[in-house]
Each structure stands twice: as structure tokens, then as C-alpha cells.
Design a binder for this molecule. Structure first.
Ligand SMILES: [Zn+2]
Length: 171
């Protein structure tokens, strides 16, 4: 099984193995948790952190362009953030902060797929939706919560802080 990064209505679809998906999202969380400033950016990171195969199942964590709660008036900034967290991962080689060895060249290819899917999308592609497709949406009072060890945003899918951290739980 695998996960799909896609923009389905534009016939763009990339299949990524379950294990590489976890590496990809782990590094995006490291990068994006440092970069997120606005409420939307923090919510995006928490929503990304929900894409945890330990909680929701192997092969269940693909992301389509249309899954994202784009807001038309902020779309260009939101797109810049979503692309930027991947570019920053490449620039800063954030895979070196993982607790395990990984192949930076392969990961860079996957990060570039992510960048391509989102950087090629335009505002006319946005199909308005009411929210992200949450499993367990945090209260706005909880969106600053980060793992004290990994400094990444936590999802709300576990019973303990460790269970809610993509990197603690993955190890
Ligand atoms: Zn952690």
C-alpha cells in the first residue's frame, strides 16, 4: 500500500510508500513547526500531524490539493507556506534531525514532488470548503501545543503528549 499526494482534478497523482510518507511528513513537521506564524499555518501543521499512520492506518494519509482548507483571499500566502516548508526542508537538510538515518536524495525527490503539486496550483483551482477534514480538530486554545522534545505541533489523536507527537510516536 501507499499514500497519494495529488491534485486529482488536474490528473496529478504521486504514489509514495507508507514508510517514505512518514519520513516526508516528519521532516515537513520539523520545518513547518518552525515556520508557522499565523493561525491558519499552525492549523495546517496540526492537520498535517494528523496524517499519522500509527493512528489512522497504513496507506490512509494521502493529501490532495482539494483536502486543504484554502481561503481564497489568503491563497497566495497559504500556498507560499505549504511550498515553503518543503523548500526549507531541502535547504536546511532537516532529515538530519531525525532519530534515524534516511536517504536525503530520495527524500529531496519526494519534497520536490510536493513542491510541484502545490506550486503549480492556481487560485482558480481552489474549490471552497468549510474546513480541513479533521479527525479531531483542536480548540483554538490548543494550537500552540508542541512536543517539548521535538518542538513540532501535536495532533489530538492520542491520550498522552507522546502519543500526539508524530516523532515520539513514530519511534
Ligand atoms: Zn516528540
Amino acid at each position: 500500500m501507499a499514500n497519494i499526494i495529488s491534485h486529482t482534478v488536474k490528473n496529478i497523482s504521486h504514489s509514495i510508500s507508507n514508510s517514505w510518507t512518514s519520513v516526508l511528513y516528519s521532516t515537513l513537521l520539523i520545518s513547518g513547526s518552525r515556520m508557522a506564524k499565523t493561525q491558519w499555518e499552525k492549523l495546517f501543521m496540526i492537520w498535517l500531524a494528523e496524517h499519522d499512520q500509527n493512528h489512522v492506518g497504513l496507506g490512509m494519509v494521502g493529501i490532495d490539493f482539494d483536502d486543504i482548507f484554502w481561503i481564497i483571499s489568503d491563497f497566495e500566502k497559504q500556498k507560499e507556506f505549504v511550498v515553503g516548508i518543503a523548500q526549507n526542508t531541502i535547504d536546511e537538510k532537516y532529515w538530519n534531525q531525525l532519530d534515524y538515518e534516511t536517504d536525503g536524495d530520495t527524500l529531496t525527490q519526494l519534497l520536490n514532488l510536493w513542491i510541484n503539486v502545490f506550486s503549480n496550483a492556481q487560485i482558480v483551482d481552489v474549490i471552497p470548503r468549510g474546513d480541513f477534514n479533521w479527525y479531531n480538530k483542536p480548540n483554538l486554545s490548543e494550537i500552540e501545543m508542541k512536543c517539548p522534545i521535538h518542538h513540532i505541533f501535536l495532533n489530538q489523536l492520542g491520550n498522552t503528549e507522546k502519543d500526539c507527537c508524530y516523532l515520539c510516536y513514530y519511534n
